[in-house]
Design a protein around this ligand. Structure first.
Ligand code: ZN
Ligand code: ZN
Length: 442
């Protein structure tokens, strides 16, 4: 009876067949074959993270890899930046950027290849360092794409320009590379492309939208100059802490009263420090802010509004003109990251045809995060840019979370981890498809 039942099941399975698997494309096959090599590189980068602007070993390794497959490599662009060029006849120049920096965090992911690295930063402070944003996936995928594009030189034509960028986490690396003559010493790209792995998205998927992808970000510092006095004799001085409190309250009206309710914006006072002792009225207090917007118009309004409020609050407090608060705008900044509509439409078609429409998830902006990739795009040359996300966590982990399992860690968490295979394979495949399509063989 049991035997018959088993035979019936087997027969039924043979009739129904296994679920139809899409045949592997030659590109997928080539990436599968290369993955062992890429995985070793990923583990190396993950185990050896470096802080922003300190990416010396990372950039040397990246340069060595790209040189070994025939790219013309320049190092030290904007600090530790790498530019690798592969000229392959007449045609457009496609730039692909990967950021290289880790974060000052002690890794608690529990991975066998977790980082134990410590590094002293430019100010002489010692930090544990971790790839807690997935930039190790970006560097590895850049090498993977470089290897595929070099192997398929007979199928495309143009100039491929690969960028290893320092210090994305301090939104300073792209600016530093441009300042060091990126678009003067090397070709101005016809198109600029980049992706970010996303731990909150399932592997095997990519996500993007036309237009705004990421907000602008500006760091602002306000130094409030008071007149120091005894805490028991406030009339003899000017209290910078009371003035600071007034400024903080007044800043709340910028988003709520001065920009359109239909335009998003953020003004966050992240630090406010002043004073040394309870009975001393200090002569100085300092606050630092982050300011976010989705358009240059709102960005300008918010920044000018901060300056106006801080200076006039000083006047309101009766401070002389030479002691009004000093407002430093955009100490670290990035413009909005905008996906060029025509380029997005073109790549959308290609991705859906080559990867499958089910692999593409429409992108929804859920917070006002920023990216300094925008610097490569918003230049006087107006380079059309395309930035997208690649899923970094297996669907099974999200299912487990739903059923009461551990939460999938966010970026910048000490628990952060990425599934390298799914994300690197998709990173290489999608970027290779995009680059090939933008540099067709005549
Ligand atoms: Zn990050
Ligand atoms: Zn990042």
């Amino acid at each position: 009876m049991l035997k018959t039942a088993i035979r019936t099941i087997i027969a039924a399975q043979m009739l129904v067949g296994l679920p139809a698997m899409a045949a592997e494309t030659p590109l997928e096959k080539a990436i599968d074959n290369d993955y062992g090599y890429l995985q070793k590189l990923f583990v190396h980068f993950h185990e050896n993270p470096e802080l922003s602007f300190e990416e010396r070993k990372t950039s040397a390794k990246l340069a060595e890899e790209l040189k070994s497959i025939g790219y013309d490599v320049t190092t030290g662009v904007g600090g530790t930046g790498v530019v690798a060029i592969l000229k392959n006849g007449d045609g457009p120049t496609v730039m692909v950027r990967a950021d290289m920096d880790g974060l000052p965090l002690k890794e608690k992911s529990g991975l066998s290849y977790a980082s134990h690295v410590h590094e002293v930063d430019a100010d002489g402070k010692d930090f544990p360092v971790m790839h807690a944003c997935g930039h190790d996936v970006h560097i590895t995928s850049l090498i993977g794409t470089a290897r595929r594009m070099a192997a398929m030189k007979d199928k495309w034509q143009g100039t491929l320009m690969l960028i290893g960028q320092p210090a994305e986490e301090r939104i300073g690396g792209a600016k530093a590379m441009l300042k060091d003559g990126l678009y003067k010493r090397f070709p101005v790209p016809t198109y600029a492309l980049a992706f970010h792995v996303n731990s909150q998205m399932a592997t095997g998927h990519i996500s993007y939208k036309s237009g705004i992808m990421y907000s602008s970000s500006d760091s602002v510092r306000i130094t409030i100059h008071g007149i120091g006095t005894h805490g028991a004799a406030p009339d003899k001085g000017k209290d910078p802490i009371v003035l600071g409190a007034e400024i903080i309250n007044a800043l709340q009206t910028l988003v709520s009263r001065e920009i359109s309710p239909l335009d998003p914006g953020v003004v966050t006072v992240g630090t406010f420090n002043g004073g040394t002792k309870n009975n001393i009225i200090s002569d100085k207090a300092v606050m630092t802010l982050t300011v976010r917007s989705n358009s240059e118009d709102v960005r300008h309004k918010l920044l000018q509004g901060i300056k106006r409020i801080a200076e006039n609050a000083g006047r309101m407090a009766g401070l002389p003109e030479n002691l009004l608060p000093t407002v430093e705008l955009s100490i670290e900044s990035a413009p909005t990251t905008i996906n060029d509509p025509a380029l997005t439409a073109k790549l959308d078609k290609v991705f859906k045809a080559k990867l499958g429409a089910d692999k593409v998830i429409p992108y929804v902006q859920r917070n006002m995060g920023a990216e300094d990739f925008s610097y490569f795009v918003q230049t006087p040359e107006h380079v059309p840019g395309f930035y997208y996300q690649v899923g970094g966590t297996p669907q099974a982990a999200f299912d487990a979370e739903k059923n009461g399992g551990p939460a999938v860690p966010a970026h910048h968490s000490p628990l952060f981890k990425i599934a390298p295979e799914g994300s690197i394979k998709m990173g290489v495949e999608s970027m290779t498809i995009a680059a090939m399509n933008l540099m067709p063989k005549h």
